[in-house]
Design a protein around this ligand. Structure first.
Ligand SMILES: Cc1cc2nc3c(=O)[nH]c(=O)nc-3n(C[C@H](O)[C@H](O)[C@H](O)COP(=O)(O)OP(=O)(O)OC[C@H]3O[C@@H](n4cnc5c(N)ncnc54)[C@H](O)[C@@H]3O)c2cc1C
Ligand code: SF4
Length: 330
């Protein structure tokens, strides 16, 4: 590990001041991703700003009925919170499907959104080619083993997937990321937060240098109570998603779909949402025929790689299953 400076801060303004706009400064939250990457020589910050003492761990209801989760709320606390379990079950399920209990006790809301890809060519500096780690160097995965890689939205420069389960659920819940930084406060819709790789896969989010996530806001939703997160993976626990689905449905008394949210994980550089796939469900009976149509639209343009063609059919079936479970929820 390269030497680095360490600074602990006690309030948000001090954190922003300490970080400045420096590209080689990182905020330290739970450390479960950042410290690993520093030990591997993938991340080499000159300074860590430890934000663990900031008062940003609260999960609370705002007057308009929105629920706000502080950036430092631990993943296990979010998953166990009655407001989350009751109103946004897909989020609780997504968090509980990730990592291990010990990791969830450390991992935070902000850190989970900003965790880096698990592309093995990215996490191992022995591979010289990685446009995400060393811009312009190439992509070792392109001529490597691609079972875990993207089937949608990839580019010639990068085929990595985003690993966060939480982000997929947040995308189905229309969450908003609240940030503060050298230029003040702003809100970023979760759908705009993560970027597709294009020619600049090292630029992963819309966050600007020095910006700190302070909270994630979940809008009040009349139908998010009927939501579900389905994760398909190689082992029943402690594994990243091959494919995941976050779904939410608003049904009327006759079983007709009045609102829908549908997002795929494990298939792209960001949670994959296609509004037309949700629209095709509106006004339809909640049944597998409609679900399969939505899945086809969601997967339009999929470009499987040598080792991951199975993801297309897996995702299609997972969408049908996730929507079936969602509709059956009371
Ligand atoms: C073995 C293992 C298995 C895992 N399995 C899963 C899984 O199945 N699903 C899943 O979703 N995740 C999984 N994870 C990832 C885990 O959830 C993340 O490591 C964790 O969420 C990161 O949170 P953290 O608070 O520890 O972040 P840190 O490691 O502290 O930080 C991560 C990044 O976020 C930045 N950062 C942190 N907080 C802020 C903030 N408030 N504002 C701006 N920048 C910030 C840091 O600077 C750093 O760049 C796994 C991790 C491990 C080690
Ligand atoms: S897929 Fe992306 S992260 Fe993986 S080696 Fe290629 S450029 Fe790097």
């Amino acid at each position: 590990m390269k030497p680095f400076a360490y600074r602990r801060v006690e309030d948000v303004h001090a954190a922003v001041r300490a970080a400045g706009r420096g590209p080689t400064v990182r905020f330290l939250a739970g450390g479960t991703n950042l410290i690993d990457l520093m030990k591997q020589g993938v991340e080499e910050p000159e300074q860590l700003v430890d934000v663990n003492r900031l008062p940003l761990a609260e999960i609370a209801e705002a007057p308009a009925g929105d629920v706000t989760m502080g950036a430092l709320a631990r993943n296990s606390d979010v998953a166990a919170h009655p407001l989350i379990r009751g109103r946004y079950p897909a989020l609780a399920e997504a968090l509980l499907s990730g990592a291990s209990p010990q990791l969830r006790n450390m991992a935070t809301v902000g850190g989970n959104l900003l965790q880096r890809t698990r592309c093995p060519y990215f996490t191992d500096p022995a591979f010289a080619e990685c446009n995400k780690r060393r811009p312009g160097s190439g992509c070792a995965a392109r001529h490597g083993y691609t079972r875990m890689h993207a089937i949608l939205g990839a580019s010639d420069a990068c085929i990595a997937t985003h690993p966060s389960d939480m982000a997929v659920a947040l995308a189905a819940l229309d969450a908003v990321v609240e940030v503060t930084g050298p230029d003040g406060d702003r809100s970023i819709a979760i759908g705009d937060f993560h970027r597709l790789p294009g020619d600049t896969p090292h630029v992963e989010t819309e966050l600007r240098a020095g910006e700190l996530i302070v909270a994630v806001r979940l809008p009040a939703s009349p139908f998010a109570r009927r939501s579900h997160y389905l994760k398909v993976r190689d082992r029943a626990a402690y594994a990243f998603a091959l494919v995941s689905v976050a779904a939410a449905l608003g049904l009327d008394g006759s079983g007709t779909i009045r609102a829908a949210r549908l997002v795929l994980g494990g298939v792209a550089h960001k949670p994959w949402r296609v509004p037309a796939a949700e629209q095709v469900l509106i006004g339809r009976r909640a049944d597998p025929v409609a679900y399969a149509e939505a899945a086809d639209i969601l997967l339009e343009g999929a470009e499987p790689l040598r080792d991951n063609a199975f993801k297309v059919e897996l995702a299609r079936r997972s969408v049908v299953r996730a929507l079936t479970v969602t509709a059956a929820r009371g």
